[in-house]
Design a binder for this molecule. Sequence first.
Ligand code: DQA
Length: 146
Amino acid sequence: MKLMVINGPNLNMLGIREKGIYGTKDFSQVCSYIQAEGEKRGHEITLLQSNCEGEIIDFIQRAYFEQYDGIVINPGAYTHYSYAIHDAIKGNEIPTVEVHLSNVHQREEFRRVSVTAPACIGQLCGFGELGYVLAIEALEAYHASR
Ligand code: DQA
């Protein structure tokens, strides 16, 4: 499958930011891991990151025009308030799985709400970078069941 993996704001700071929550691997190590695990499963993986809401929306729209089979997205803090990203996911009809490295339900109250997850086929959180691989497997299962 042709899959797009999108990481939102501050995820480029992995390995530096809040290591107790997000771990010590830096962003490029996490990207290499996702790329390798995706390719091992026979997928073509495009990894993208942006700190800007509009650019993330452009990525999601690009996935539609370039006929991607699925999107894995960690919208970072936009998860909790970006109706624009919700609309972009909903509008492109590409199965999308939301991932969070941390267990957002164990953290501050505001992180328990995701306005983007309702536009996705499912959400995974709390499994660190393994979550991205589980999301790829969820997309495989989703396509196999169609
Ligand atoms: C996050 C959780 C968000 O609440 C936070 O704003 C992030 C990272 C996660 O992967 O656990 O930037 O999406």
